[in-house]
Ligand binder design. Structure first.
Ligand code: PMV
Length: 361
């Protein structure tokens, strides 16, 4: 599929009554990290993620009759209140996809959105938000023009649209594991949209992700700024090579059920992401002392107990502790009695392998 496969239709007559659709779509955690972009939201390296289950956004998109066409007209509501800051970002995004959905400037739009997790809590809220919105756009488009999508086509188109809002969002459309970025290791993979990883050993469907919130504040350096700092990074070429190899090796590990390779690659990717931040021109650090304490302790606990635990980090200080469901009791004991102790600053969100978005209206 190419960019031109995604251009759409205008309404020939105005709509007379409101039409709406609702989707819920999950966040995802990158195991091989997307870091650095080029062109129109294209990744410089392939990435591989696990779709989460409990952390999701629910979005309702309504198109209302409008007398004359013009700019995007959006009434944006987040968790029951009008939110001009988010609304502005969403309006800009909608404006950027008017070639794909020309009808967007022929109707008035209302978006009502809510998350099951605290905003800016170190969970990729843009991934769930943009994937939910992309699905609403594709569904409403299909309803308005009587288009019948096969499920996979809808996911692929929504993945393409979600990518334009936030790169990592394009991976949230799929159950389980998804790859975004062209790689020889997975046929059908593309820079334009993510694809599902079909061959996964059942043991990886039991993965759990407990997020240890070290700091809930908005981060000082956004992901967009972080991506920019990969331009001209002294390690850029080596990073692309490493990400390609990690993607290929992780795909193989997922296929054959190799937990030890999984652990090695996932931690290598988390360390690499944060090293790239620190070693960029105008280096910056998003880990906090508490982050370092927790990840060092996770590595020690793995040695001491032999449990299959590992960590990953997003672009922030919060720690994702990954483990397998059959070891939940032992791991949870370690989490509450050792890793977070009585520190009330720490908060826990228990999430796990998820099955992808659901249409709810
Ligand atoms: O999708 P963005 O632009 O918010 O970038 C996400 C970057 C990371 O979360 C650090 C890695 C990833 O692949 O999700």
């Amino acid at each position: 599929m190419t960019n031109s496969d995604f251009t759409g239709f205008r309404l020939t007559t105005a709509i007379h009554q409101e039409v709406s659709v609702s989707w819920q779509s999950p966040s995802n955690i990158a195991l091989v990290k997307y870091w650095g972009k080029t062109g129109q939201q294209l990744p410089v390296n392939p990435s591989l993620s696990m779709t989460l289950s409990k952390a999701y956004t629910q979005t309702k998109l309504t198109a209302l009759p409008r007398a004359t066409e013009g700019e995007i007209e959006l009434d944006f509501w987040f968790e029951g209140s009008q939110n001009p800051a988010f609304g502005h970002r969403i309006s800009n995004f909608l404006q950027s996809v008017t070639q794909i959905f020309p009808w967007l400037v022929q109707v008035n739009l209302k978006i009502e959105s809510q998350n099951t997790f605290p905003h800016s809590a170190g969970i990729a809220s843009s991934a769930s938000a943009f994937s939910a919105l992309a699905l609403c756009l594709c569904s409403l488009d299909a309803d308005l023009f009587g288009i019948l999508h096969v499920e996979n086509e809808l996911r692929t188109k929504a993945s393409y649209i979600a990518r334009l809002g936030s790169g990592s969002a394009c991976r949230s459309l799929f159950p389980g594991f998804a790859v975004w970025g062209a790689t020889k290791a997975l046929s059908g993979s593309s820079n334009l949209f993510a694809v599902s990883v079909a061959e996964t050993h059942p043991v990886f469907e039991t993965l759990c992700d407990t997020i240890i919130l070290v700091n809930k504040k908005e981060k000082l350096i956004s992901s967009s700024e972080g991506h920019k700092r990969m331009i001209g990074h002294p390690f850029a070429q080596a990073r692309v090579k490493q990400a390609k190899k990690n993607t290929a090796d992780l795909l193989e590990a997922l296929k054959i059920g190799d937990k030890q390779t999984f652990i090695r690659i996932v931690e290598n990717e988390a360390f690499t992401l944060h090293s790239l931040m620190m070693t960029s021109d105008q280096g910056f650090m998003l880990m906090l002392p508490e982050t370092v304490r927790i990840i060092a302790r996770i590595q020690e606990l793995r040695q001491e107990t032999g449990l299959d635990i590992c960590f990953t980090l997003d672009a922030g200080p919060n720690v994702h502790l990954l483990y397998f469901k059959e070891q939940f009791e032992q791991v949870n004991k370690l989490i509450v009695e050792d890793l977070v102790k009585n520190d009330k600053q720490n908060m826990l969100i228990y999430d796990s392998f998820g099955f992808g978005p659901v249409k709810v209206g």
